[in-house]
Design a protein around this ligand. Structure first.
Ligand code: ADP
Ligand code: MG
Length: 308
C-alpha cells in the first residue's frame, strides 16, 4: 500500500539557515503522524512544503504516490496551518458558511462538520462566546468541509487552556478512528505520545528517528545509554535513599518525602532492587517501573542532558 505521503530527501535553505536537511520519511495511511521537535526545528517549513506554500531547495514529495500536489490532490487534504480568522460577531455556523464559500465547498456539508466537532448545539452562538477549545474545534470543522481523507495540523493545541487541549486531542483521536490520516506538527512530547501512532523526530532540520511511537520508545540506540525511571518507597525512606546511593547503575534519586523516584541505567531492574534492599534489611512498600517515556527517548536521541 502506498504511503499517504512520502517525503524524499527534502532540504530547505533560507539563505544560510538549513531549515530542513535531507529529510525522508513515509506517512502510513490511517496513522496519526506526529512531526515532533523543539521550536525552530523545521516542522512548519515541512508542512508548508507539502502543502505547496513553500518551494523545496532540493528533494521531492509524493501524495498517494503522485508527485507534488495537484489542485485536485490538495482538495482531498484539510489543513490547519495557522489560526484562521473567524468573524467574532458571527455565529459558528455563519463562519463555516463563509469558509465553505472561500474554499468552494458546498454549504450542505456544514451540519455534518458541526456534528463531527460536537458544536451543533452551539452553532447559532456568536464566535466570541465560544471557549478556546470550541474556537479550535470550529477551526477543525472548517478543515473537514468536503470530507477530506487527510488532515494536516500545525501545533493544533497551541494557545489552548488545559480543557481545550483535552478536547482537541480527543477530537483528533476520534477523527482518526473514523478513518482520517492526520499529520500534525507538535513541540509537545506528551501530546505526541498521547495522540499519535507514529512519530518523526526532527532537530535543527535533521531527522533523528522515525517509526511507530512504540518502536521509537523501545528502540535502543547503540551510542546512547538507555535509562529507566523507577518509583519506590519504604517505611524507612531515608535509609532506603542512603542504600540506593550505593547501588551501581543508579544515576539520580529524587525524594519527594513519601516516595523516591530513581533514574537508572536499564540494567537496574525492579527485581534487582527488591533483592538488593531486602538483603540489606529494608523492605519495600512500593516498587513501580515507569514505562520508558517518549520524553526519555527524546532526550536520549537529541542528546539533551537527561538527569533532571
Ligand atoms: P518550527 O515550526 O519547527 O518551529 P520552522 O519551520 O518555523 O520551525 O523554522 C525552521 C527554521 O527556519 C528556523 O530556524 C526559522 O528561524 C527558519 N525560518 C523559517 N521561516 C523562515 C523565513 N521565511 N526566512 C528565514 N528563515 C526562516
Ligand atoms: Mg512551527
Amino acid at each position: 500500500m502506498n504511503p499517504v505521503l512520502s517525503i524524499q530527501n527534502i532540504s530547505k535553505f533560507y539563505g544560510p539557515v538549513h531549515a530542513l536537511n535531507n529529510v525522508s520519511f513515509d506517512v502510513p495511511k490511517g496513522s496519526v503522524f506526529g512531526i515532533l521537535g523543539p521550536n525552530g526545528s523545521g516542522k512548519t517549513t515541512m508542512l508548508g512544503i507539502v502543502m505547496d506554500i513553500l518551494k523545496v531547495t532540493s528533494g521531492n514529495f509524493l501524495w498517494n504516490g503522485q508527485p507534488g500536489s495537484s489542485n485536485e490532490m490538495r482538495r482531498q487534504i484539510g489543513t490547519l496551518l495557522e489560526t484562521p480568522n473567524f468573524y467574532h460577531y458571527l455565529s459558528g455556523q455563519k463562519n463555516l458558511q463563509i469558509a465553505a464559500a472561500i474554499k468552494q465547498r458546498g454549504k450542505e456539508d456544514i451540519p455534518r462538520v458541526l456534528d463531527k466537532v460536537n458544536l451543533t448545539q452551539r452553532k447559532d452562538s456568536k464566535f466570541n462566546t465560544y471557549s478556546l477549545g470550541m474556537k479550535q474545534r470550529l477551526a477543525i470543522a472548517s478543515t473537514l468541509l468536503g470530507d477530506p481523507d487527510i488532515l494536516v495540523f500545525d501545533e493544533p493545541t497551541n494557545g489552548l487552556d488545559p480543557a481545550g487541549i483535552a478536547e482537541i486531542r480527543e477530537l483528533i483521536k476520534q477523527l482518526n478512528r473514523q478513518g482520517k490520516t492526520i499529520i500534525m506538527a507538535s513541540h509537545i512530547l506528551d501530546e505526541v505520545e498521547k495522540v499519535c501512532t507514529h512519530v518523526a523526530i526532527i532537530q535543527k532540520g535533521v531527522l533523528k528517528t522515525v517509526g511507530s511511537v512504540q518502536e521509537v520508545m523501545n528502540a535502543t540506540s547503540a551510542d546512547k545509554v538507555v535509562r529507566v525511571d523507577i518509583e519506590l518507597s519504604a517505611d524507612n525512606l531515608a535509609g532506603l535513599e542512603n542504600l540506593l546511593r550505593q547501588m551501581p547503575g543508579i544515576l539520580a534519586i529524587n525524594n519527594n518525602g513519601t516516595a523516591l523516584t530513581i533514574h537508572a541505567e536499564e540494567t537496574v531492574t525492579p527485581t534487582g532492587i527488591n533483592s538488593y534492599c531486602f538483603e540489606k534489611g529494608i523492605v519495600l512498600s512500593q516498587l513501580n517501573l515507569k514505562r520508558k517515556s517518549l520524553e526519555t527517548r527524546f532526550l536520549e536521541i537529541t542528546g539533551t542532558q537527561s538527569d533532571r
